[in-house]
Ligand binder design. Structure first.
Ligand code: FCB
Length: 448
């Protein structure tokens, strides 16, 4: 048995656009995702109809024995055109929050999980500095409305993915491609939005607030110094750009020089911005899915690395050979999760960490033994980090239930609860039943 610290938060995660559907209900305005057709051609028009079925979903949460639920507020429900307040949207989240608290479930609320009001995109979206200020106003309205009951806030979800997939690869809304300047501008404005929202919270809030970046531990593909250097460089792109800004108030020199070589001066970074971005936070949300194994790309290129599919990974805990992959093709390397958590502590200090996402695509409808193994092994990895002194407050599994997986639509199932998309019927999977026992015991059972 591996016991977790008293008060450990056992949670599950979702985001508004991925589950709510009901895009026209109660005065909601359009978001950048409403008409964005990813590779799958699916949209979030129905998703899992959580906006209407939330009472049943809260019961399911109770059946999972979770004591925390991470979800996001849909900005376009609360401010349909980015400005005008829609009370019916506030009423919806009031009811949801009250129902959670009645069942002893702590709401962990994300303010920005990608569904920007279309009206703000039309004004320039995250490329425009003013969007950061608008976000701080939006956050302040949310603190005022819900802060008496919500004590755990997350500002922005995965800024790296917003820039990478929304401005470089065109895979996520708003769908721009090859716009490196746009990408790095958007990174900065999302971080600035985070900092402004933290500062606003200090004036009126008495709970905890932090960011929720996705972080990927890096490993060179070989001992070749070129691969080692490439891995460090890629780590600057994915991890240090965000963590250095948040916790040191600087952008890493190597990455800053790289961007400047590609796009010229980063003149959208103004005096004082990094002080705002590094406003002290109460905790860090960590989204962890997989490590990146990096090989050097020779020649004169601004991006001197590539991600390779590893046959094995040398983590601090030893060599993991024959790495398994999820159905999304991501390598399953729990020991890399421990490395990541220990590294955050070693490099950035004893900031309390809440795992805000971790999960895998496995399509088995209900008897999902592979997910049980995945969660078991990742919880063991979290426990290893706790034993090494990393202050981990809790674990929120991605996801509560199968949902709209952005560009990949409904084909990719991440849930502990199965959703039959024709009928929207929910069934707790074997992994959900298993997770409910772990949460109730506050401990992991021995080897499976
Ligand atoms: C993360 C997102 C989340 C979900 C998972 C699978 O990048 O934050 O919304 O899509 O991946």
């Amino acid at each position: 048995m591996r016991r977790f610290p008293d008060g450990f938060m056992w949670g599950v995660s979702t985001s508004a656009f991925q589950i709510e559907g009901a895009l026209d209900a109660d005065g909601r305005g359009p978001s950048i995702w409403d008409d964005f057709f990813g590779e799958s051609g699916d949209t979030g028009a129905v998703a899992v109809d959580h906006y209407r079925r939330w009472p049943q979903d809260v019961q399911l949460l109770a059946q999972l024995n979770v004591n925390a639920y991470r979800f996001s507020l849909a900005w376009p429900r609360l401010f349909p055109d980015g400005r005008r307040r829609e009370q019916r949207g506030f009423d919806h989240y009031d009811r949801l929050i009250d129902a959670l608290l009645e069942r002893g479930i702590e709401p962990v609320v994300t303010l920005y999980h990608w569904d920007l009001p279309q009206a703000l995109e039309d004004d320039g979206g995250w490329r425009d500095r003013d969007t950061a200020a608008r976000f701080a106003d939006f956050a302040t309205d949310c603190y005022s409305a819900f802060g008496d009951r919500v004590k755990w806030w997350l500002t922005v979800n995965e800024p790296w993915i917003v820039g990478l997939l929304g401005y470089l690869h065109g895979l996520h809304a708003p769908g721009y491609r090859d716009d490196v300047f746009g990408e790095v501008t958007v990174f900065h404005h999302l971080l600035l939005a985070h900092g402004l929202a933290v500062a606003a919270y200090r004036a009126i809030g008495d709970g905890r607030i932090g960011a929720a970046p996705n972080l990927a531990p890096h490993y060179p593909a070989s001992d070749d110094p070129a691969d080692v250097a490439a891995s460090h460089a890629s780590d600057g792109y994915v991890n240090r750009w965000f963590l250095d800004a948040l916790f040191r108030g600087t952008y890493p020199d190597d990455m800053r020089e790289r961007y400047e070589a590609i796009v010229g001066p980063l003149d959208f970074v103004r005096d004082g911005d990094l002080a705002t971005i590094s406003e002290p936070t109460d905790y860090l949300g960590v989204n962890y899915y997989a490590p990146r194994v990096i090989q050097a790309v020779p020649g004169d290129t601004p991006w001197p690395w590539r991600v390779v599919v590893p046959e094995g990974i040398r983590t601090t805990g030893g060599f993991t050979g024959g790495v398994a992959h999820t159905e999304a093709g991501t390598p399953v390397v729990p020991a890399a999760f421990t490395d990541l958590l220990v590294r955050i502590r070693d490099d950035y200090g004893e900031i309390p960490i809440l795992i805000t996402e971790n999960g895998a695509v496995f399509s088995e409808p209900v008897h999902d033994a592979r997910r049980i193994e995945f969660v078991h092994d990742h919880l063991e990895a979290v426990h290893d980090a706790i034993e090494q002194g990393v202050p981990v407050l809790g674990y929120c599994h991605w996801s509560f239930l199968d949902n709209f997986e952005w560009a990949l639509g409904y084909a990719q199932r991440f849930g502990l609860v199965h959703v039959e998309y024709e009928t929207l019927a929910r069934t707790i999977k074997d992994s959900g039943r298993w997770y409910a026992r772990v949460a109730a015991a506050n401990a992991l059972p021995g080897p499976q």
